[in-house]
Design a protein around this ligand. Structure first.
Ligand code: F58
Length: 834
């Protein structure tokens, strides 16, 4: 057995449970009762559902700890093990209870234990407030990767920020998004353990100066003006059906105890208290922007705070185990999840130079062999660059180090490209176009030994465009690692019906080896299997329908096609193209109420950045269209439009299993990869999509005939834009489009206000930066083909089964294996627990 001996102790004739480690039902029951009593201070009879949730979670955490502590004792001491450190400003973990039960393989035992104690297990699972410590794809990817690292037995720590307030909760009032503060910690978080004894100090502000050391060598040092304490909170990250367990270490900022005594002593009580509040502000809140960089000082503080805490932590462990500073890279492979932790490059240099007293050359060699960097975007507005003044005031020593890195690097560039002055300014870590900035992507590129994009097209475009000069400089640093998703959370946990059906037919090892799904291919032509597959889908749709009814009062028909677009609301993701299609169908019905229309339920789900006007207006538009269509007599329920509030991981797990059609309709060349597209297809939804991000690879895997493709390619997009693109021409020549746009501005959707949605239509007619109108005719004809295909349910189901069978490539295990082999050069460590 790979797990801890769970049989307990034999004492006389009675078999006793180990209430901390036992895994059978009886032990679990005892453990829950014990935690109810000693942690929650109640008997089962008096326990609230939250008491039960906490007791169940503590019981489970006990079991995880055994694995986690043993794993790290073993790997830190073993000189030959290189650990992965995944640095990310976001981890969108999702609820922990269900996922941990699946990993430990005791989901059914726990369900029985809880039920026999007289509680509703479903309610217990629902009680968990998920930690929404991320915005979207990037944060969720980090969590999928943590799951795969653990499941593949790769020793790893995820490092990030323990935001007190994660991504806001979304409510819809009168069709508009309203943001509500997320308070995920309000009822306690049973999964984390604070480790104040491992706190570190992080310094800010002040100035740098020259000094001479004992032997008269002239050096520089930082005289900071204030200090903040970072306290680590650890959450276990269990692997699926293996013994080893990693952890996620998130940093909380606090004021140091001896904080600013001088202010106190000088009677400046107010300043002392304000400074304390400022320190604690660092980890207060997650910035809710996706794909848009905002140059806020607090954000830079967050980035430096968690980078510095994490590096100090790793260095401490390394030195405690007799490692030499110059061998740091042999113990740690650090992955920079986007540029948010890129300041780490300069921070590791500072630690090696100023604290470990290494010379520049050695320090730089060590640094460059430590880091690798993942880019997640092609949008220029997402690239981080910090105003030089702001940077200098906050991190003067770091800036000095960046200048030195830059100086030496540009000397190398000059040697390589003596004729080319422009390349110097493009590769420089400092931008000097009017105002000056520190370019974080350039810092990440120069300080890393590997740079990767997150899908084939994305990597290609990175190399061709925004990182092209870096390819000239370091051609061997570039890799593509296509993203992946964890099948444990996104199938086993969230789609138990499909999981059981798969397991019944091909065995139970597919969640670890997702390519085994290939064995399902023959079943795509097996009537009996397809019938069961259809039943699973319809049941999932029924569950979602009843949630929709409960939460927003709209009745939807589970046998209609569930056409779903869930993702952050963004112009490049083109939720409004979807709306144009809905209104096209609506106007077709209005002009001919008896027209044959395949029943469809359009479901939207997603948050808009609070400051993103167009995205918020799009939400209002979707809701207005819903109001109209859902209540129009002529429509006769053939189409329904639902905007479901508050997209998060918990809700996401409901929706992927229930979708028939997945909308992946971004403008080609804009979506780096997408991962929602993978979650849908793996759960048997067909995709309507452009040749963008990972759609391209999904289509190659599932077969061109099982994917609804439309739209301009990335190179056509550029060509169209260069050739004086005129959206008005399309508008004037396409009758359906013309009618739809006029309809939006007719005031019917907006209580007579003809101007409400004008910012959207004007943007389309006079510019259309995301080429909606260019793609509209292609999208509509493709949607007509989708509807035609839907009529033939047997064919649809064959296509859906083939999608599931051929999605093996997109397991995050494959991505992590790629990182291990090609970038990190690390191997699994097989832990045995007796
Ligand atoms: C996403 N980026 C990409 N950024 O848009 C998506 O295509 C990709 O699949 C995913 O990363 C994973 O590689 C993304 O989610 C953010 O949310 C950032 C948060 C911090 C501010 C800047 C955007």
């Amino acid at each position: 057995n790979f797990l801890i001996n769970n049989q307990g102790l034999e004492s006389g004739k009675m078999k006793m449970c180990n209430i901390r480690t036992g895994l059978d039902k009886a032990c679990l029951k005892e453990a829950i009762i014990d935690h109810l009593f000693y942690k929650q201070g109640c008997e089962p009879e008096g326990a609230s559902i939250n008491d039960v949730y906490l007791a169940v979670s503590y019981a489970l955490r006990d079991r995880l700890l055994h694995h986690g502590l043993k794993t790290f004792d073993a790997v830190l001491e073993d000189e030959d093990i290189r650990l992965v450190s995944y640095l990310s400003a976001e981890f969108l973990m999702g609820p922990q209870l269900g996922a941990n039960l699946i990993d430990l393989n005791i989901f059914d035992e726990m369900r029985q234990a809880v039920t026999e104690l007289g509680f509703d297990f479903k309610l217990v699972l629902e009680q968990e407030e998920e930690p929404g410590l991320g915005n979207g794809g990037l944060g969720r990817l980090a969590s999928c990767y943590m799951d795969s690292l653990a499941s593949l037995e790769i020793p790893a720590i995820g490092y990030g920020i323990r935001y007190e307030f994660g991504i806001f909760d979304q409510e819809i009032k009168d069709g508009w998004q309203v943001e509500i503060t997320d308070k995920w910690l309000r009822y306690g978080n049973p999964w984390e353990i604070a480790r104040p004894e491992s706190s570190v100090n992080v310094y800010f502000g002040g100035y740098t100066e020259q000094y001479s050391n004992e032997i008269g060598k002239v050096l520089r040092r930082w005289v900071p003006s204030y200090v903040v304490k970072g306290i680590p909170y650890d959450t276990s990250e269990m692997g699926y059906k293996v013994a080893s367990c990693n952890f996620l270490r998130l940093w909380k900022s606090e004021a140091i105890e001896s904080f600013d005594f001088s202010s106190f002593n000088h009677g400046d009580y107010y300043k002392a208290v304000m400074d304390k509040i400022e320190s604690e502000n660092i980890s207060k809140i997650l910035y809710p922007n996706d794909e848009l960089y905002v140059g806020k000082q607090l954000r830079l503080k967050q980035q430096y705070f968690f980078s510095s805490c994490s590096l100090q932590d790793m260095m401490r462990m390394h030195l405690e185990n007799q490692g030499k500073p110059q061998d740091f890279h042999k113990k740690w492979a650090i992955q920079l999840n986007d540029t948010h932790p890129a300041i780490s490059v300069a921070e590791l240099m500072r630690i090696l130079l100023d604290e470990c007293k290494l010379d520049w050359k050695t320090a730089w060699e060590t640094t460059q062999q430590t880091f690798s960097y993942t880019n997640h975007t092609l949008l220029p507005e997402a690239l981080e660059k910090w105003p030089l003044d702001l940077f200098k005031a906050l991190l003067p020593r770091l800036l000095e180090i960046i200048y030195e890195i830059n100086y030496r690097f540009l000397e190398e560039v000059k040697r390589r490209f003596p004729e080319d002055n422009n390349i110097l300014s493009r590769l420089s870590l400092i931008e000097e176009t009017g105002s000056s900035y520190v370019r974080m992507a350039n810092l990440a590129c120069v300080g890393s030994y590997a740079i990767n994009g997150v899908a084939s097209l994305h990597t290609e475009l990175l190399k061709k465009n925004i990182l092209n000069d870096w390819v000239s400089m370091y051609p061997d640093k570039f890799y593509n690692i296509t993203n992946g998703i964890t099948p444990r959370r996104f199938v086993v946990l969230s789609n138990p019906g499909l999981s059981k059906l798969i397991t019944k037919n091909i065995g139970d090892t597919w969640p670890q080896y997702l390519n085994e799904l290939k064995k399902l291919e023959p079943f795509a032509y097996d009537a009996n299997f397809k019938e069961q597959f259809r039943q699973v889908k319809i049941e999932n749709k029924r569950i979602l329908s009843s949630v929709i009814k409960d939460r927003i009062g709209i009745v939807v028909n589970p046998s209609s096609m569930f056409d779903v677009q869930v993702k952050r609301i963004h112009e490049y993701k083109r939720q409004h193209l979807n709306v144009l299609h809905i209104l096209t169908l609506y106007l077709r019905i209005k002009s001919n109420p008896d027209i044959e229309i395949q029943p469809r339920t359009f479901i939207f789900w997603g948050k808009a950045a609070p400051g993103y006007f167009m995205a918020k207006l799009l939400i209002k538009l979707i809701n207005s269209v819903g109001n109209l269509v859902n209540n129009d007599f002529d429509v006769r329920d053939r189409i329904k439009v639902v905007f479901f509030p508050d997209f998060n991981v918990k809700n996401a797990q409901l929706i992927y299993p229930a979708a028939d059609l997945s909308e992946q309709i971004s403008t080609s060349g804009k979506e780096a990869s997408g991962t929602g597209n993978m979650k849908f297809a793996l759960n048997g939804a067909l995709t309507i999509g452009t040749l963008d991000g990972a759609n391209i690879e999904i289509r190659e895997e599932v077969g061109y005939e099982n994917f609804f493709l439309f739209g301009l390619t990335a190179s056509q997009v550029i060509e169209v834009k260069q050739n004086n693109y005129d959206p008005r021409f399309i508008y004037e020549n396409n009758m359906e489009l013309n009618a739809v746009i006029k309809f939006i501005n007719s005031g019917i959707l907006s209580n007579g206000d003809r101007n409400l949605f004008k910012p959207i239509t004007d943007n389309l007619l006079y510019g259309d930066p995301y080429l909606l109108l260019a793609d509209y005719p292609l999208y509509i004809s493709c949607q007509d083909i989708v509807a035609e295909t839907w009529k033939d349910k047997d064919k649809w189901n064959t296509m859906a089964v083939l999608n599931v069978a051929r999605m093996g490539k997109f397991s995050s295990d494959r991505s992590i294996n790629d990182y291990c082999e090609n970038i990190w050069k690390v191997k699994p460590f097989k832990l045995k627990i007796e």
